[in-house]
Design a protein around this ligand. Structure first.
Ligand SMILES: *Cc1c(COP(=O)(O)O)cnc(C)c1O
Length: 374
């Protein structure tokens, strides 16, 4: 095996960043940072310029998601991982039901299972690459699942559990939000972080919250449960209504997120984002289906994610060697989720990724495979 393979430039993607998170960041977002150098960066998050920036993001998220009446855009520090603990303290009254289709779903389940003030959560487990739907269950007041399971590339329907009228639907939209269609009315809390489809940096969480969710938050806050301030969703709601966060946010992250939202909205919003990722995904899965050595990992076609594609390779392919050559050529982060341990590549196809570059990626992979196999 040659130790250096140089992929011909005419095959290479124009941008080689295909991570499943963080997403590729676009040049116009860096320009937005430059433009914010004197006006926003290094200025107080309690003053009008940064609060207006937060307000712009809240308003654009509202427009992007066609936010129903009474829903609010809430944000805080700590990323989606913090939202799990915040939910365990501020949203679940007694008992949660979790659908676990991979790593991220299981981490949220671990958060409520570990919370001493809650009843033992019920956990519905799917095989990796498949999905499981929430099911009506007595005593459950939060149904939780991930819209897109980033570790496996399986996307789930987002539909309320029928008959669960007092329970809240709490959906992890971290990798799906901003990259695919969503009917927000089917959720009470749809939370995500800015480093996936919104192409910014990590560190914050956002949540679209229904009136029922806010009522639940207020009821729990009024009770006798101890809620650490950073996990208090009531504090988060109060601050968000003032276009602020409980503690200092990363202003650069907000600036880059606003730029991405402006780009998404000026191109047509959710419909644009969804068609762009669908285009990328049809190129990736179409290539894999035609390939003699590559296959979509998610066998059920309707569960194949448009934003994070997982492609299995036959044992004849050394995917570690393949990914090493790709990395040497500037195509980075197509690694499978580490704990999945498959002979696989995983491709982030967030809206920032040009669908044409996905075609170039698959052409590059073919080129390398011809030279690696045997
Ligand atoms: C990336 C991701 C997370 C973790 O987000 P952080 O902001 O790093 O905490 C959670 N859930 C899903 C579905 C993700 O894709």
């Amino acid at each position: 095996m040659p130790d250096t393979l140089t992929i011909p430039t005419e095959l290479l993607p124009h941008d080689g960043r295909f991570g499943a998170g963080p997403s590729k960041v676009s040049a116009f977002q860096i320009e937005a940072l430059r433009a914010a150098e004197r006006t926003l960066l290094g200025t107080s998050h309690r003053q009008a310029p940064v609060r207006n920036l937060v307000g712009d993001i809240q308003a654009m998220l509202g427009a992007f998601f066609s936010l129903p009446d009474g829903y609010e855009v809430v944000l805080g520090n700590g990323g989606s991982t913090l939202a799990w603990d915040a939910a365990a303290y501020s949203l679940v009254q007694r008992k949660a039901q979790h659908c676990v289709q991979g790593e991220f779903g299981s981490k949220f389940a671990a958060a409520t299972l570990g919370a001493p003030h809650l009843d033992t959560s019920s956990v519905r487990q799917a095989d990796a690459g498949s999905i499981v739907l929430p099911e009506l269950e007595d005593g459950v007041d939060v149904y939780a699942w991930a819209h897109n399971e980033t570790s496996t590339g399986a996307i789930s329907p987002v539909t309320r559990v029928r008959g669960a009228s007092d329970a809240l639907m709490v959906v992890d939209g971290t990798s799906a939000a901003g990259g695919t269609e969503l009917d927000v009315t089917q959720t009470d809390v749809y939370y995500f972080a800015p480093q996936k489809s919104f192409a910014s940096d990590g560190g914050l969480w956002f949540a679209l919250m229904s009136p029922a969710a806010i009522e639940r938050i207020d009821r729990i806050a009024a009770g006798d449960r101890y809620v650490p301030a950073i996990l208090s969703l009531q504090d988060a709601v109060k601050n968000s209504r003032q276009n602020q966060t409980l503690n200092t946010p990363a202003i650069a992250t907000l600036v880059m997120m606003r730029a991405q939202l402006e780009w998404l909205m000026s191109n047509g919003g959710m419909a644009f984002a969804a068609s762009r990722t669908a285009d990328s995904a049809s190129r990736l899965y179409g290539w894999a289906e035609a390939s003699p050595v590559a296959h979509p990992f998610v066998s059920h076609e309707s569960y194949r994610s448009p934003v994070v594609g997982t492609i299995d390779f036959d044992p004849s392919v050394d995917s570690n060697a393949l990914r090493a050559v790709l990395r040497d050529n500037g195509i980075v982060d197509v690694d499978p989720y580490r704990k999945l341990g498959r002979n696989q590549m995983r491709v982030g196809m967030f809206p920032a990724v040009d669908p044409e570059d996905v075609s170039r990626l698959t052409a590059s992979v073919d080129w390398v495979l011809e030279r690696l196999v045997d």
